[in-house]
Design a protein around this ligand. Structure first.
Ligand SMILES: [Zn+2]
Length: 438
């Protein structure tokens, strides 16, 4: 009888003790920060305001008030952060990174020699470089999937620091851009994952597989790519029935689809299948621009990738002839085509393909976007408001308003006047925690 009673009481007691301690630790740890801000771009796309006080409780914005309010108005322990001489805006968002690697002469041998565990450790470093450069949210568009889901989850659990990661699961066809290439056939067989599929039903299975194992979104490659080591072009590779099945299977389970695409045939096919974003979109012409506008899909230009591979093709010799030829062609033609899409009013979300370029150098994309004719305000919008919209996270991030996450960056002077200000971020806060304060 006694035993039974103990058994009955103890779970309830445990729950009460746990609840009390959670509540206590919440109250004890609730931290108020008061930011005095000289110039605030709270919502990119709208006007800036001057001399603002922004108050946070833990990771959330609780007040935004005109003028500089004394910190102790919000509690004795409230911490004051002086950004009176700064331009402050929401944390930047990069919709296309690969945190697992960085392209260079050693890229291939690294992935053969390093353990998955060691690669994961390196990804933590790349993730931190990205955060310190002012990018508080990134969409990883393809890495070793389990490694990226683990990194995402470890950061979300607060075990390690890093940007908020939205991680894609890749689905690709045999011999296509997402498949392994340019290796010993036995090795290629070994490395071919369950994400490689052929035909609509197999691709439906691969999509469901990716979601089962943790994908936040599905990344496909409707055309060939520059860095796959085969002279298979940069035109359409996935068939319409495969594209449609992937999109349908993803949508049924509440996942978006992003498609890598260079040539226009593959951009059009992916848009017709209903993808949510086109990555690179190097040869977006009149017909695809019409479709972008009809479907409301985003273009993620990744001009920095084109810029980087062109530079590498000209100035280094680690690329194979097949890669070099594609790099020269695509790298050169990317910029003019993006300019046309922008002028025509296609929705653009900021993305760099970092991993092709060095992690932490993400903001150089903004300089290239400006060269392609985008206004500075539209660039800032693409890296905040539009990124949040593409991720379906506009209720949490992308602007600095009451109730949203405290993802905040600051520069010396206004990137609306000089976009290169983004290359040197002086203050980075993610979820209310300060990572950079120069
Ligand atoms: Zn990529």
């Amino acid at each position: 009888m006694t035993q039974v009673r103990i058994r009955l009481i103890s779970p309830i007691t445990t729950i009460i003790v746990l609840l009390t301690s959670v509540l206590l630790s919440r109250t004890l740890m609730a931290q108020t920060k008061v930011l005095h801000i000289g110039t605030l771009l709270a919502e990119p796309g709208k006007a800036v305001t001057k001399e603002q006080t922004l108050v946070l409780k833990d990771d959330m914005i609780t007040h935004i008030i005109d003028g500089y309010q004394p910190a102790n108005t919000y509690g004795e322990d409230a911490e004051l952060i002086d950004l009176k001489n700064r331009f402050v805006m929401p944390g930047l968002m990069d919709m296309h990174v690969h945190l697992q690697f960085e392209l260079g002469p050693k890229n291939d041998s690294d992935s053969l020699k390093m353990s998955d565990q060691l690669m994961a450790m390196r990804s933590i470093m790349y993730a931190m470089r990205t955060l310190e450069a002012g990018f508080t949210t990134v969409r990883d568009a393809g890495s070793s999937a389990q490694e990226m889901y683990a990194l995402r989850d470890a950061i979300n659990s607060g075990w390690i620091d890093g940007p908020r990661i939205v991680a894609a699961g890749g689905v690709g066809i045999t011999g296509g851009h997402a498949d392994v290439s340019g290796m010993n056939p036995d090795l290629m067989e070994f490395y071919t994952g369950s994400n490689i599929c052929d035909g609509p039903y197999d691709c439906r299975r691969a999509t469901r597989d990716a979601i089962k194992y943790g994908a936040d979104l599905i990344k496909i490659t409707s055309t060939g790519g520059v860095l796959s080591d085969r002279a298979t072009g940069t035109g359409q590779q996935m068939e319409m029935d495969e594209l449609k099945e992937v999109v349908l299977a993803a949508k049924r389970m509440g996942r978006k689809v992003a498609s890598h695409a260079h040539q226009e045939d593959g951009i059009i096919a992916a848009l017709e299948a209903g993808v949510d974003s086109i990555e690179h979109g190097s040869y977006a012409g009149k017909d695809s621009i019409k479709l972008f506008k009809k479907t409301g899909a985003y273009l993620v230009p990744t001009l920095l990738a084109g810029h980087t591979v062109l530079e590498m093709a000209e100035n280094s010799d680690f690329m194979s002839p097949a890669i070099k030829e594609k790099a020269r062609k695509v790298g050169k033609e990317m910029q003019g085509n993006i300019e046309r899409a922008y002028q025509a009013g296609v929705k653009i979300a900021f993305g760099t393909d970092s991993g092709v370029s060095a992690h932490g150098g993400n903001a150089y994309e903004a300089v290239l976007m400006a060269k392609a004719g985008m206004s500075n305000m539209d660039i800032l919008k693409s890296a905040t408001v539009s990124g949040a919209d593409l991720l379906d996270m506009s209720d949490k991030i992308g602007t600095l308003v009451v109730g949203k996450q405290a993802d905040i960056i600051a520069t010396d002077s206004s990137p609306l006047d000089d976009i290169e200000q983004l290359l040197d971020i002086d203050f980075v806060m993610k979820d209310g925690k300060v990572f950079v304060n120069k």
